[in-house]
Design a protein around this ligand. Structure first.
Ligand SMILES: [Zn+2]
Length: 106
């Protein structure tokens, strides 16, 4: 893994993951081990995860990303994990949804 990617993951992405996992917990999206890991991350932070736990979470996020793809930009405009939650509800990412509203107003 390159330095830049690591730095990115350790700064903004971490806050993002906590927010994402918290929302998933609220929605009862987790089963089994994932639920426990998510609660631990919300409680103790991303760095409390073992490499094995981290891999489980990564796998879930990867699958969630594939399941929730923006109809318009195929996630090209997606900048954060919470955008994916927005897509699960609206079919579009926040940026495309915003564009569509503008288009409909004109
Ligand atoms: Zn989009």
């Amino acid at each position: 893994m390159g330095q830049a990617k690591r730095a990115w993951e350790e700064s903004e992405a971490n806050g993002n993951i906590v927010e994402f996992l918290e929302e998933m917990l609220r929605r009862d999206e987790f089963k089994g081990a994932l639920e426990g890991i998510a609660k631990q991350v919300v409680d103790k932070g991303v760095n409390s995860m073992s490499p094995k736990q981290s891999a489980v979470v990564d796998k879930f996020i990867e699958a969630y990303r594939e399941r929730n793809e923006c109809d318009r930009c195929t996630n090209g405009n997606v900048t954060s994990l919470t955008d994916l939650i927005f897509i699960s509800e609206n079919g579009l990412c926040p940026m495309c949804d915003n564009d569509r509203e503008k288009f409909m107003r004109d």
